[in-house]
Design a protein around this ligand. Structure first.
Ligand SMILES: [Zn+2]
Length: 376
């Protein structure tokens, strides 16, 4: 029997006072999920528990049955894969934000606030001008990657705080350990600082912030893990990177974004097509997480309602074969705090066009047993 895993990113949440104490999932209208629950099961579990950070990277790898020992060090390597590049074991990759700094040298934005996306691309192009030993790869807006020779000091022995958690702190102090341990990166940071001066305005200047060093990590393929063939329908970079690392096809679909404005029906169409050829399909929706980071509980609830109507409803209407369906979150993203946490997320399990009933999901192992036929 084929299986469909639907991950609604950051589906877990806190009670919202404006929703009478309900979470966005509880408040949202989802008649098709309710229909699944007439014979299916509902539970709430924590995917990451205390084992690792409440981030999509680890939580989605775990949902797909990858063991923690096989997780990459952090997401930069998967972002590289998502963009069609790979590195050798002799190289490493760092995330590299275009950040802004005030006249006192304090970090005032991690995302090049004040520049247009076009200006950010121009700034990235300037940083990419033929550098001996460093490749500067522009992803989107303020996000870039740096590829350079593998340096164990930087990978395993260097303190670089994530820029989004370091607002108001002194820029040079934040990067001092990195600059002490790599002359190449020190020179690169200083020379790009000079080259980016023309973008300065209103007392704010723009600088690059390398962090999150990552190295090559070969993951087992989805097929070798479960003896079934899997495909993914997703737009968020980290999930596309995961799909590539597990050797699952994950085509780029026009009209899809990693936010609440995504074309859900484009994802539905691709999912229905994949369900004919693959034993297992992962469909991932990222907008719920983005809305929660913006404290937008209405946006999150509306997006869940749209997924119910345009995705789940369409699947129920179009699939005539027996199908196992599991709908879950990867972690909590609270519309109250705007942050991730390791709390419990809703899990819906159901079988359609079948006489069997889905089991109660009490832990992530039960998901693998149900969808991938794992013995334990
Ligand atoms: Zn998030």
């Amino acid at each position: 029997m084929h299986s469909l895993m639907v991950i609604i990113d950051g589906l877990g949440d806190d009670p919202i006072p404006q929703f009478g104490g309900k979470t966005p999932f509880e408040f949202a209208s989802h008649p098709n999920i309710d229909k699944l629950l007439e014979r299916g099961t509902y539970s709430e579990i924590s995917i990451c528990g205390n084992d690792f950070a409440a981030e999509s990277l680890g939580c989605i790898l775990r949902l797909l049955g990858v063991e923690q020992k096989d997780f990459p060090l952090n997401r930069a390597y998967l972002e590289l894969l998502a963009n069609g590049r790979d590195i050798s074991e002799y190289e490493m990759v760092l995330r590299c934000n275009l950040a802004s700094v005030d006249a006192e040298g304090r970090l005032v934005s991690f995302n090049a606030m004040g520049l247009t996306p076009d200006e950010m691309a121009k700034a990235a192009a300037i940083c990419n001008e033929l550098w001996q030993g460093i490749e500067f790869m522009h992803l989107s807006e303020y996000r870039n990657l740096l590829i350079l020779d593998n340096d164990p000091q930087i990978l395993h022995n260097c303190k670089i705080a994530p820029p989004h958690e370091s607002m108001g702190q002194n820029f040079d102090e934040l990067l001092s350990d990195l600059k002490n341990k790599s002359l190449l990166l020190k020179t690169f940071i200083e020379e790009t600082t000079a080259k980016l001066k023309p973008f300065a305005r209103n007392g704010v200047s723009y600088r690059i912030y390398p962090w999150g060093a990552s190295e090559r990590k070969v993951l087992p393929s989805f097929e070798s893990l479960h003896n079934i063939r899997g495909a993914a329908v997703c737009k968020a970079e980290i999930v596309r990177g995961i799909a590539r690392a597990l050797n699952m096809p994950a085509p780029v679909l026009p009209g899809t974004t990693a936010d609440i404005d995504t074309d859900i029906s484009a994802k539905t169409g691709q999912t229905l097509q994949f369900l004919q050829d693959y034993d297992f399909v992962l469909a991932h929706f990222n907008g719920s997480d983005e809305a929660a980071h913006r404290y937008d509980y209405n946006g999150k609830a509306d997006f869940i309602a749209r997924i119910d109507k345009e995705f789940i409803g369409a699947v129920l209407q179009n699939v005539k074969q027996p199908l196992k369906i599991l709908i879950c979150g990867d972690h909590v993203t609270s519309c109250v705090t705007g942050k991730h946490s390791a709390g419990k997320v809703p899990v819906v399990a159901a079988e359609i066009n079948s006489d069997d009933n889905a089991p109660e999901i009490g832990a992530y192992h039960d998901i693998h047993k149900f969808l991938m036929g794992a013995s334990d």
